[in-house]
Design a protein around this ligand. Structure first.
Ligand SMILES: Nc1nc2c(ncn2[C@@H]2O[C@H](COP(=O)(O)OP(=O)(O)O)[C@@H](O)[C@H]2O)c(=O)[nH]1
Ligand SMILES: [Mg+2]
Length: 396
């Protein structure tokens, strides 16, 4: 008799393997669960089976089965054995960890891994190793708040070159290195120039960026601020290439504030609209887009750029997004020649760390901060001090 042991992750799979090798008439001799090496919560199933040569009396009720060396097994007894085994299999299978439980376990292992990495990073005796204790502590604090490692390495290099703090009553090593770090961080970011009136001309600013970043909201805030507070003659243009009816919100808003409004669907049409409204000195262009159409949108924006001399693009980002998403948005729009970064939804976390990372890494000036959904009040001009003070916990 040929006997073999099969291992699988479930009884179903084990039986499948048995049938594949020994055919449908294989005899199951034993079944058991056994732990997996190194994964105590995940069990394997072991099924020992024998190959059977079956001869059946098709016409009669008393079919017999020939097991190798002539052992005769009554078909009725075999059927009931199978039934018992099947029941046992079902009950054992119900006790196996479900796919969801395994998933949960894997999730926990992943979380633990992250936690461990975080602990290791916090105890990192790497790049700041050679620094005085007070300076190293600042690096650890900045790392903890989310400042990117590449930027930290540059700061470490800069702090390393500093002369030691003078021993006087007013400066402790803590304040000395903190002030130097703040100074260094302020130098890494810049603020874009104000959108001043061009004598005898129009300045055209186009807001681009991922859907939902808050472009239209920011545009309304800016249009409101420039026309109400600075008395500028503003023209709002909605460039809604994919006909999302997004221009309606702007049309209504423009009407309420008595601001000139135009909608275009083709990038070539902007030049005509500008000529027709040449008494407006500040033109704010809103754009729309769906993620799947990004390539087409970029092509259109490039046409808009080539057909509209002097147009400036400003990339609007949501500070509530993950750093990776912000990074790929900057990468995507950088070919257009982005003049500034505006960060919205700062009110959702009051975290300026990602804004700092992105602006410093890509060396693009910051222009505006959206600090809430209210139009036109929840906007402020970007400020380097605001960013750095928040990171150092000196302000909200
Ligand atoms: N909390 C908060 N919500 C904002 C801010 N800016 C925009 N939003 C909201 O974000 C959503 C998307 O804004 P919208 O301007 O339509 O994004 P767009 O697709 O880039 O034009 C809307 O519900 C806005 O009210 C902000 O600074 N703070
Ligand atoms: Mg919009």
């Amino acid at each position: 008799m040929q006997i073999k042991t099969f291992e699988a992750v479930s009884f179903k799979d084990a039986i499948k393997a048995v049938k594949l090798e020994f055919g449908n008439d294989a005899v199951i001799l034993s079944t058991r669960e056994k732990p997996t090496d190194g994964r105590p919560n995940v069990k394997l199933v072991e099924v020992t089976a024998a190959a059977a040569t079956v001869t059946r009396n098709i016409a009669g009720a008393s079919a017999t089965t020939n097991l190798g060396a002539g052992a005769q097994v009554n078909q009725g007894r075999m059927d009931s054995s199978f039934e018992r085994i099947e029941k046992k299999l079902v009950s054992l299978e119900s006790r196996l960890p479900t796919a969801r439980r395994i998933e949960n376990l894997e999730g926990s292992v992943h979380d633990l891994k992250l936690l461990l990495l975080e602990v290791l990073r916090q105890n990192n005796s790497g790049i700041e190793q050679g620094l005085p204790a007070a300076a190293a502590e600042i690096i650890r604090m900045l790392r903890h708040s989310g400042i990117e490692e590449t930027l930290l390495a540059k700061l470490v290099a800069s702090l390393t070159k500093l002369p030691p703090p003078k021993a006087d009553a007013t400066t402790t090593p803590d304040t000395y290195y903190r002030d130097q770090s703040i100074r260094w961080m302020l130098k890494q970011i810049s603020i874009s120039p104000r959108w001043e009136t061009v004598p005898g001309g129009q300045s055209v600013h186009c807001l681009v960026g991922p859907p939902g970043a808050g472009k239209s909201t920011l545009l309304c805030k800016l249009a409101g601020q420039f026309s109400l507070r600075e008395n500028r003659k503003v023209l709002i243009v909605s460039y809604d290439a994919v006909r999302l009816a997004a221009s309606e919100q702007l049309r209504v808003y423009a009407k309420v504030l008595n601001i000139r409004f135009a909608a275009i669907q083709e990038p070539e049409d902007l030049a005509g609209v500008l000529a027709k409204n040449n008494d407006c000195d500040l033109v704010l262009v809103d754009t729309t887009g769906r993620p799947v159409k990004q390539v087409k949108i970029l092509e259109d924006l490039n046409i808009l750029k080539s057909k509209t001399p002097g147009i400036e693009f400003h990339l609007v980002l949501s500070a509530a997004e993950k750093a990776g998403i912000l990074d790929s948005a900057v990468r995507m729009y950088s070919n257009l020649g982005v003049r500034s970064l505006a960060f919205n939804k700062l009110d959702e976390s009051w975290q300026f760390t990602d804004a700092f990372n992105i602006a410093a890494k890509w060396a693009v000036p910051m222009s505006f901060f959206g600090t809430g959904p209210e139009v036109p009040d929840d906007v402020e001009r970007a400020s380097r001090e605001r960013v750095v003070e928040q990171i150092f916990g000196l302000s909200r």
